[in-house]
Design a binder for this molecule. Sequence first.
Ligand code: 3H9
Length: 709
Amino acid sequence: MSDLVQLTKDKDVAIITINNPPVNALGPGVPEGISQAIKEIIRDQSVKAAVVIGAGRTFIAGADIKEFGKITSGKKDRGAGLLPLLREIEDCPKPVVMAIHGMAFGGGLELAMSGHYRVGAPGAQVGQPEVKLGIIPGAGGTQRLPRLAGVAKAVEMCAQGNPVPAREALQLGIFDQIIEGDLLTGAVAFARSVLEKPAPRTRERNEKLGVSEQNAALFAAARQMARQKQRGMMAPLAAIEAVEAATRLPFDKGCEVEKKLFNDCLFSDQSKALMHVFFGEREVAKVPDIPKETPILPVNAVALVGAGTMGGGIAMVFANAGIPVLLKDADQPSLDRGMDVIRKNYASSVKRGRFTQQFVDERLQLIQPALDYDDFGRVDMVVEAVFEGMQLKKEIFSLLDRLCRPGAILASNTSTLSIDEIASSTERPEAVIGTHFFSPANVMRLLEIVRGKASSKEVIATCMQLSKKLGKVGVLVGNCRGFVGNRMFGPYRREAQFLAEEGASIEAVDQALYDFGMAMGPLATGDLAGLDVGWRIRKEYRHLEKPGTRQPFSEDRLCEMGRYGQKTGAGWYKYDENRRPIPDPEVAALLRKWATEAGIPQRTISPQEIVDRCVLALVNEGARILEEGIALRAVDIDIIYLNGYGFPAYRGGPMWYADTLGLHKVCDRISEFHRQHGELWEPAPLLIRLAQEGGTFAEFHQSQDVTAA
Ligand code: 3H9
């Protein structure tokens, strides 16, 4: 038997242990080992039943995702997949009991369903998360799950990909028993208790497959939901089709349908993009010059300076992770307003069923309002989240430097300002770092961690680890104006305005990008964030603009009219009392008037040009950021855009999307815009180089570490 699969015995019960750390993925050697063990069990007369269990922290997290890349790149043949093994288990004449702790995901659950029984630890979870990788279950999951859990739940699990906890798995019929004590002991006892019973084969259990009229309504509803909630993704619809096949066709035929749909998905750009995202989310946690052993500083109590929208949201993030927070603002009314917003946010989470009242009460207890800095000496970390002005921030940091204990982390939530300049106001620049949360902070997953010139490795490692504890994806970025996310967002939104000034309607600009997959169009996003924010920043930085370069003007004019976006009831759009956008003919007319006055020729602009202008503006700036070492890898930029800017995950992020198009094509298109629209479109040197070499952003590795610009 291989090291990956061990076969032992507890008297008359054989125990197959899968031992492929860290998550017992069904990588090369594991299916072969299980098959060998099953053959041995059939042969061994003294064995009456078998238990399959995972070593370490989990049962089986699924197929080995790394293997899919080898298949799609032609380096490996998919072969027969897992189906023959699962049939071998199901046809084993001795009962096979699957003992599940941790996770039985994807191929792990498919394998578990081929056993005759499943018992689970109370904390176990089961799921078919394949859609999140752009594929569908490919080892009979769409055929066996409806037979165990019923059609409605199987459609939901296969199309949405969310896990189900042990108790629910028991109610659904996926589990036969929950084992409260030692799982292996319980599973062996369970196996002995079923020796006299006929072993049920899941593929022959048709009683939960339902009737066609009911199923038709169910599939129609599932498709509608998938089109809304997983807009643009092909895997959820394929998963629904495969489960539907289970209700119409005999098991083997259903498996054939599943196999074809699985292959269609596997070889799609969407699955390649989503697998890139899966590994990318893990990759960003790794910083080449910060080893795993770097000491982590304690963060058991924090303070927030500023109880505004950001400060309040960040306070909730810490409280939700169980970390006590001092929330400081300058005056009582501001503090009261901040606490009111926090209470309202929590109340709405309770209403929507996200949190229980008890959880919320406990979190609120953790947030202590403060009008002074008296208690700042006892916290481990301060996050400053005041108005975006350098002078004010420097004053605060200088004060924090005097008040906070040595070793405390001093973080700024600035979204654009230099961390080095902020750090220069302290005597401990090594303790200063940027923690750029995204609005609403308690909802958005992204955390840009901004490394200053002097930020210490311990402080960086602590913030990276903290991001996980806070439920965020932390991405380390270098120090420059706007860091990665906002620096790229500038050209993206600039192009959206240019397009509107050149004749595209506001709705056409937003619609084209929404159809591309963005969560929201760029102009509507401006209205949501507040147009005045960018206006104020532009005024502050106007002196840095090169004279003679074209600048968009329409958003500034809207701000001059008091149209700041949703908060003033009008921006690019008008808003009703429910903040629904309504196209505003007044703005459309003004745009045409302003454009004529500025001598900008008006023309018809296609949705494709709108997408290219906006998305390739992101890519070109991303290439500069990558070359400058502000982002460690292209995937870091992708993860930022997916988690902070509503970029569609199934396109893998802007840099991956550019790789998918082919960098020579991207470079040609950008060069065309350069000729048409001038110097703002000068292709980034890295893009030109990679296009010439036939390279990709994904393969580009920066030789130096992220450094402060
Ligand atoms: C499938 O099963 C298709 C089937 O239908 C069969 C078709 C024929 N493969 O996330 P973590 C690595 S598709 C390879 O940090 P956690 C991961 O990259 C699969 N590697 O831990 C990381 O590596 P590193 C369906 C995997 O505790 C390390 O393990 N299954 C796999 O926060 C630790 O992972 C899924 O989609 C894998 N399947 O979370 C489940 N899984 O240390 C995908 C993990 O080098 N996995 N790794 O960075 C997960 O959702 C989470 O990893 C899990 C653990 C919840 C299991």
